[in-house]
Design a protein around this ligand. Structure first.
Ligand SMILES: [Zn+2]
Length: 263
């Protein structure tokens, strides 16, 4: 099953955001803590309860200011704290997947960066298990080659420590200067994963910004998704996340119909 929904509530607040997702016939929503975890436990439980009633699947995006590869103790512990705070809210929201950008290479080699991020994530996994939070850490494929988080790195990390993965297909597109073979990428991916998509502007250094998603831009991915029919949640991260999520959902539905007719 391919579930589609928006990133954030477009300023409605999370309760109204969940209602709007349900009204529009969408399936899921990502609760955004991108600029800080500003939600108390009670509020998380209320949003989680409503989402459950409405059949809306929630996920969480942890703050942007995270660098699990940092050699500065304060930065590392602040990064871990932000992820744990996101995980705690996710647990009370009933959201399993917690997305974040894991870190930067800066002056380190890729191997060194990987080792530092792995060590930090194993520590976080232990804390999550100890607190019995039902959440999965899902580091995201990042949009710039200077950031840790290529498809290969994250698949290796997933295998290595049993974490999840957030496949941001538009970041992948920007990283590879617009040359993504979605069929090949999907073959490398597990059957179940969390995903992001939107239109994207990019330059030689990768991602510049997320833009509106056109049907034309989504269709090549949608065709491959319909072909493999993975068990995924795909979050629309465009500046109009609800409208573009609806376009994505309709595109997928139309392709499914088309596929049924040709069988
Ligand atoms: Zn993303």
């Amino acid at each position: 099953m391919i579930k589609v929904g928006p990133a954030g509530s477009s300023g409605l607040g999370n309760l109204k955001g969940v209602l709007r997702v349900a009204e529009m016939g969408l399936d899921c929503m990502e609760v955004e803590f991108t600029y800080g975890v500003r939600m108390d436990i009670k509020a998380a439980q209320a949003v989680g309860q409503l989402a459950k009633e409405k059949g809306v699947l929630l996920s969480v995006h942890a703050p942007y200011y995270i660098n699990l590869a940092s050699e500065e103790k304060e930065k590392l512990s602040a990064s871990k704290k932000r992820i744990l705070e996101s995980c705690q809210r996710a647990h009370h929201l009933g959201a399993c997947n917690v997305t974040f950008h894991a870190g930067f290479y800066q002056t380190r080699t890729a191997e060194e960066t990987y080792a530092r991020i792995k060590k930090a994530m194993v520590g976080l996994q232990k804390q999550i298990a100890r607190r019995r939070w039902q959440v999965t850490l899902c580091p995201e494929i990042t949009g710039k080659p200077s950031q840790f988080g290529s498809l290969e790195e994250l698949l290796y990390l997933k295998k290595d420590i049993g974490c999840g993965i957030t496949v941001d297909f538009s970041h992948l597109y920007a990283r590879h200067q617009g040359t993504v073979d979605y069929e090949r990428v999907l073959k490398k991916l597990p059957q179940k994963f969390h995903a992001h998509f939107s239109g994207i502007e990019y330059g030689p250094k990768g991602e510049k910004k997320h833009i509106r998603t056109t049907k034309k831009f989504f269709e090549p991915l949608a065709r491959q998704l319909v072909k493999c029919n993975p068990d995924i949640t795909i979050i629309s991260e465009s500046p109009k996340p609800y409208e573009d999520a609806l376009m994505m959902k309709k595109t997928l539905q139309n392709l499914l119909q088309e596929q049924k007719r040709t069988i």
